[in-house]
Design a protein around this ligand. Structure first.
Ligand code: SAH
Ligand code: SF4
Ligand code: F3S
Length: 460
């Protein structure tokens, strides 16, 4: 019987894509995917290190698996992803029942590592070089993204596929662990991305989010020519089949005019831009080493609004960063008020060992203050999101139907008529009653009601 594999994924879309690609490589090696970890011969955790909370949750989930391993020592438990690169051997010490640790830059090795473990070779670890210890080229070579030339059609949603266009990050924002766990920024060749998108188009894919930690700093040299994100979008826009091209996450300083104009001019490029601001205070932005001022960020927003008036802009903010005063926080509040973001993700600063801010600054904002600022900012953003959503009531929008809605799944609806959930071109979630046959199709829906994060519509 085929070996059963279960993958648990947390973290960002990079991890979602990595899990899909690891699963595909193991399915090719003869494994079968299962939803229930108790039925699995191999359980892999694809992990995230961006905040302490994310890591704590993984370690406690690993702890809960100990008894499973005690009863079935032949079960293989693995930790892959960002925490594998950050914690390395510490994982075996904190969770001795773990059999393998494989970092994001080594995921192509998972099948062979599993074979070694199954053959009784004992705990196995494959991680990339430390960025500060080796020369650039060898570090780059030790971070090998898992982007195969052949995309397996077994991905979770047939009509949507994530495509990585760049790996790693060179920005080193002082609070952030990503550059050390994902390695140096490396852009994939245009031709390779184009071939992958064509293949996905042939498989019936309608929506393609292009991924990169700072996606708009994409840069690839081919002979005399340098391709930037706007050039890549231009190429991909010509491919027949896909209806929507998106790209996440943008770095404010690289939101250039040519890119904003590409969003305006290329019909398949969605007017949806996630451009994290992180703070509205120049003093804090400087400490974060973000490389722009709040004023420059506001100017960038104004340029987007002027060029693409219907763009949905979203952002991330960190509250309670080292040394953040009430006045700094008020400047963030002002930016959220003026920014009119469709929505914002708001995080409490979490100190990450190994980052500059952990080294240089005291994590001196008390937890209660972080929580109060987080809730305060969220309330302001939610009120804006609600107003934004309500402006859609009475309008007809096109949505790509993704599947049954969360409510429908909770109710365990089984018939052909279900509550469906889909997204507009600018990433707004819409639910409507309809037939399962509509899943994966683009349909028109008239909006009759709206909450901050969901539009309710009638299929016409
Ligand atoms: N590459 C993306 C996002 C990376 S992480 C970018 O540059 O925007 C996603 C978000 O997590 C960040 O935008 C930031 O808001 C948040 N984040 C990163 N490190 C954090 C930390 N140490 N504590 C709290 N939030 C953090
Ligand atoms: Fe982290 Fe900054 Fe890179 Fe984003 S740009 S991944 S926040 S270091
Ligand atoms: Fe987390 Fe790694 Fe993404 S640290 S946010 S899973 S790049």
């Amino acid at each position: 019987m085929a070996k059963q594999l279960h993958i648990e994924t947390v973290g960002c879309q990079m991890n979602v894509l990595d899990s899909e690609l690891v699963a595909a490589s193991l399915v090719r090696a003869g494994y079968q995917l299962v939803d229930n970890p108790r039925k699995a011969d191999v359980i892999l955790f694809n992990t995230c290190s961006v905040r302490q909370h994310a890591e704590d949750k993984i370690y406690s989930a690993l702890g809960r698996l100990k008894h499973l391993k005690d009863h079935h020592p032949e079960r293989i438990i693995g930790v892959i992803g960002c925490m594998a690169q950050k914690d390395q051997g510490l994982i075996f010490r904190r969770a001795p029942h773990v059999d393998l640790v494989v970092s994001p830059g080594q995921l192509g090795r998972v099948p062979e590592v599993l074979e070694r473990v199954a053959a009784g070779a004992g705990p196995q670890m494959e991680v990339s070089l430390d960025r500060t210890w080796a020369v650039r080229l060898s570090v780059e070579r030790s971070f090998l993204p898992l982007d195969p030339s052949q995309r397996a059609p077994t991905r979770p949603a047939r009509h949507q596929a994530l495509v990585r266009i760049m790996f790693g990050c060179n920005k080193f924002c002082t609070y952030c662990i990503v550059p050390s766990v994902r390695g140096p920024e490396q852009s994939r060749p245009v031709d390779e991305i184009e071939a992958e998108v064509r293949q996905l188009a042939d498989q019936g894919c309608l929506e393609i989010p292009l991924l990169g930690q700072t996606v708009n700093s994409y840069k690839h040299r081919a002979g005399e020519r340098t391709y930037r994100l706007s050039d890549l979008l231009d190429r991909l826009n010509d491919i027949e089949g896909p209806r929507r091209l998106k790209f996440v996450t943008n770095y404010p300083r690289h939101m250039t005019r040519d890119l904003i104009e590409a969003v305006r001019d290329l019909p398949k490029v969605s007017p949806y831009l996630h451009v994290p601001a992180q703070s509205g205070s120049d003093r804090i932005l400087k400490r974060m080493k973000r490389g722009y001022t709040a004023g420059a960020y506001r100017e960038m927003l104004a340029q987007i609004r002027q060029t693409v008036p219907d763009a949905a802009i979203t952002s991330d903010f960190i509250v309670g960063f080292c040394g953040e005063t009430e006045e700094d926080f008020q400047q963030t509040v002002d930016l959220v008020r003026d920014g009119r973001f469709k929505n914002s993700f708001i995080f409490k600063y979490s100190t990450r060992p190994g980052t500059k801010s952990a080294e240089k600054y005291a994590d001196d904002v008390p937890y209660d203050v972080k929580r109060r600022r987080n809730n305060g900012l969220l309330a302001i953003q939610n009120a804006i999101s609600l107003e934004d959503s309500q402006s859609f009531v009475g309008r007809t929008v096109e949505i790509l139907v993704e599947g049954p809605s969360k409510t429908s799944l909770k109710r365990a609806e089984t018939g052909p008529a279900v509550q469906l959930a889909g997204r507009t071109v600018c990433d707004r979630i819409v639910v409507c009653e309809g037939d399962r046959g509509l899943i994966g199709r683009v349909i028109s829906v008239e909006i009759y009601q709206a909450t901050a994060f969901t539009l309710f519509g009638r299929f016409q």
